[in-house]
Design a protein around this ligand. Sequence first.
Ligand code: ADP
Ligand code: GLC
Length: 472
Amino acid sequence: MKHVLSVASECAPLVKTGGLADVVGALPGAMIGQGWAVRTFLPGYPAVVQALEKPRTVLKEADFFGGPVKVLSGRAEGLDLLVFDAPHLFERDGSPYLDAGGADWPDNALRFAAFSKMAARLAGGAIKGWRPDVVHGHDWQAGLVPLYLRDDANRPGTLLTIHNVAFHGLAPASAIASLELDRADFTSDGFEFWNQISALKAGIVYSDKINTVSATYARELLTPEFGMGMDGVLKTRASDLTGILNGIDTDLWNPATDPAIQTYTTPRGKAKAKAALRAEFDLPVADGPLTVVVSRLSEQKGLDALLNALPALIDHGGQLALLGTGDKALEAAWRAAASHPNVGVHIGYDEGRSHRMIAGADAILVPSRFEPCGLTQLYGLRYGTLPVVARTGGLADTVIDANPVALASGVATGVQFHPVTADAIAGAFARLLDLWRVPDVWAKMQRNAMRQPVGWEASAPLYAALYESIAR
Ligand code: ADP
Ligand code: GLC
């Protein structure tokens, strides 16, 4: 058995704001069958510390980035965890990144620098009797790990996974000393990014390998349109950058056993689930398809464009139910849209409801402007809830568009559209309605969708090969 230290700011089901958590939570289970034991290092948010079963202190420092810290080892939710118990940095209410009022914690750069520095120590062998072969960091919160490890002759191999390049992990140059960085590396081929420190850039520059979560996004990342300013530095690492598609937890998202609704793997079951979903969202009985959205409300997700396409959907007999939270202006706009009888909106974060929606709907819409992988279209496939997606990133890689050729050869699983505009979304709805009107075609697409491999079967061996290529 070989060993990985996975370093991340979120991990489902303990702490989650998005798909990153799902992937970090699923990785250990996916990799064990490949001969890789994954230990996950998480910040000591209250929910994480409290969840630890029989925690043991494996490391202690009286003053680490401004306060006393410990590293706790223990299990929770079936995961093998190391937890950075640093009360002055992580014992706070609110989300991992935001205070209760929704503003970024002012010391985010310091919090995750300390976390990364401790990860580097653990990776370097600070725990007696345990030394990983690979340290696998996720997003900017772990970006500094390979830099802190650079001068350690016995360091493990380093991998950075980019789940979302939009977050750069910036800090002012004046923070170089407090983040325990070296001014000599504050250059354009080091961690300097437009005269600021970027933890993400450090991860890109100093990791042995880099990957992202779909093949298409790996290519898109190298373009100015999608690279968000990191395309230049990513191009210098292009030969070390790959795309590995995310899987989903097929036990948690299993239409045969989901407690949200049972037996909807049959057409009758689906109808029952749909009726319940309509009732939950106060939608009238109608003949048309019911489409759902489960999403963070942010610029990335294109839900502002969807607002303008709503008339095209509902004027032709369709209905839409949305579950989401995030940007306050978008929340308000969606609340207002709910005044239409065929639009149902729930603002909030609700796992149970997300299951009932994906179970009961006919289609799931993901109109993202960019999407490194996306998970909800994969849930949709598994539940026979046809995905209607923007042709970008992982959405492009996981949904087979119902074009004439795909329909004729019987492989279609959903609808793709481009670009993310109200017109293109309206066009996609029109195509969806055409498909809906031919029950045999729809049923065939549902069967195709449900047969797609959406778990980790294909991707776990790819991660194993990547780990193998850098293990030291
Ligand atoms: P991202 O990570 O960019 O938010 P993903 O599609 O990869 O996008 O993952 C989002 C995850 O968060 C999915 O598991 C989705 O079901 C979940 N999710 C997003 N918003 C909500 C919500 N309001 N309620 C429940 N689950 C949500
Ligand atoms: C990010 C991306 C999403 C991806 C998730 C997990 O938050 O926005 O597309 O599925 O990470 O990798």
